[in-house]
Design a protein around this ligand. Sequence first.
Ligand code: NAD
Length: 431
Amino acid sequence: MKICVIGTGYVGLTTGVCLAESGFDVTCIDKDVNKIRQLNEGEVPFHEPGLDSLLKKVMVGKKIKFSNKIESAIRSNDIIFIAVGTPSMEDGSADLAAVFEVAKSIKKNLNAFKILVIKSTVPVGTNKKVAAILAGRGGKSKTRFAVISNPEFLRQGKALADYKNPHRIVIGGTNQRAIDVIMKVYAGCHCPLIVTSPENAEIIKYASNSFLAMKISYINEVANICERYNADIREVAAGMGLDPRIGDRFLEAGIGFGGSCFPKDMKALVHFADLVDYDFKLLKAALAVNERQKLLPVEKLKKNLGSLRGRTIGLLGLSFKADTDDIREASSIALINCLLGEKVKVRVTDPRAEKNMKRLFPEINYFDSPYEMADGCDGLILITEWPEYSALDFKRIKPKLKKPLLIDGRNLFDPKTMKKLGFIYEGIGRN
Ligand code: NAD
């Protein structure tokens, strides 16, 4: 079977490479010429563990091609996955311009029956809108295509493992012939396959992401209460998580969630709820809690240092989580903005995300080594739980600091050990 994947970001490239590994002939399309050039040279344009070597493997087997030529790719493939970005607009709604642009290209190149598979995260009703674009005026082309909603649930940093071992595959559609074909594409996956309506499929994605994000905001609020009552969130969360109705995942308190999905998808769900006059209060609160949580380290700095003007503060980590170079909506961005507003001299280090952050903040100081960064700092804030940071030699770091202050935004370190080492340690919700 020949498959075309449009959009070669975290989702599209992972999908394309994994489909090629399963034996499909895959053409990956992106409008970004640089990305296509890099991919044709066998280089992954972003950091995703394991994707580099799998890409090289499928390229050797000639199972995958990369191109900018969307028209010919549409004409020569009958299954087309859409994995383009759907970023937030000012009003919180998802920007569907790229999805609709691709739909229009498909409409122009409908030379045979095509199955269009929407992998991008899109608001409820988008499947129908895309179908209307393809059907054209008077619905003339109605029998020449089917649109399937097939949301993706992979996590950046674990994209390959998640893609290959999903917890469920959701196929939303109304055309049985197309549903059967897509079920065959996923025949190798050992997980529940949910065949449902496009509307259900679209909502499943938003409701899942928003629920997870809400769980994080919830535990962060409990952590803030723990701090005030001399309790420890790690022990509280462990006690909660043993209840199977709650589960132990997503109960790690910290300085808020970020990334290209949770905040954007929550805002889009709030927006499409608004469109039907529904005020989604719970999600609005979870978003507000998250914004407050991102700036918690500033309060902790002030508690320990007084005025921040002229202080030098070092940030350990910039990406929104470990194992990715993605900084979209990362807590580090809100923090850097706030610290610069307080006239702090900001120093940063990150194993992967420096290049992306330099585009946003060229004016701050970047360091390859956390040890060099620490030299002369009034305090450090751990932002990203990179495994490298768990192994830091704090005996070496301490004498370099003007004040041995460590704000652990991800509860990565043991408070007792850090205190024994002579640090003023501030975790999130730890006693
Ligand atoms: P991304 O920004 O990494 O990649 C999107 C790609 O689409 C880019 O390479 C861009 O150049 C390309 N593109 C944009 N418009 C195009 C067009 N008209 N024609 C061809 N290519 C075009 O995005 P991503 O993180 O891979 O996310 C893609 C979609 O999947 C989004 O809707 C996102 O919400 C969803 N999603 C993302 C994740 C994740 O962890 N990143 C997980 C599940 C779902």
